[in-house]
Design a binder for this molecule. Structure first.
Ligand code: INI
Length: 162
């Protein structure tokens, strides 16, 4: 008797025809603009058209979820990529901003049923953030863009639209 194979859905790295929203925080923009460069380059390298990328700037990471929700609910984007840099200071502010951003972003994804990527660095110091926006540890913006394309392709297969 022939063995059945288990169907596995895998998202490939083909972004042709996809539309993306990017929300980027201006706070710590010496980091976040590098995340934005990384995200845009990865989208363009994988077939996304420049005209299919919309960038929205917000003051800080705490404001990312509400604008990501606006983008996600507009129906104009296949996925939203959220970029920010929360760097630990001397007060508890860091905890509230990073928690608000993380919880808000995950809620936006589930409420709208589209991928909303968490590209908000939460680090103890500037050096750790620099390492992750094109330094020794790669570029989190680029990683998010790649993950976004793959996740859209997984969802498209599940919904049979891809
Ligand atoms: N916003 C950031 O994106 N990163 C930070 O490190 C940060 N710190 O440390 O304060 C930060 N604060 C601003 C915050 O996101 C809001 O813009 C502000 O609280 C107004 O809602």
């Amino acid at each position: 008797m022939p063995r059945e194979t288990t169907p596995v859905i895998e998202g490939d790295l083909n972004g042709i025809g996809m539309r993306f929203g990017i929300v980027v925080a201006e706070f710590n923009d010496f980091i976040t603009l590098k995340l934005l460069d990384g995200a845009k380059s990865a989208l363009l390298e994988n077939g996304v058209l420049e005209s299919d990328i919309t960038v929205a700037k917000v003051p800080g990471s705490f404001e990312i979820p509400v604008v990501a929700d606006g983008m996600a609910s507009s129906g104009n984007h296949d996925a939203v990529i959220c970029l920010g840099a929360v760097i630990k200071g001397e007060t508890d502010h860091y905890e509230y901003v990073s928690q608000g951003a993380a919880e808000g972003i995950s809620r936006v994804a589930l409420d709208n049923q589209i991928p909303v990527m968490f590209g908000v660095l939460t680090t103890h110091n500037v050096e750790q953030a620099l390492d992750r926006c094109g330094g020794r540890k790669g570029n989190e913006g680029e990683s998010c863009a790649i993950s976004a394309i793959k996740t859209v392709n997984v969802l498209n297969q599940i919904n049979n639209t891809g």
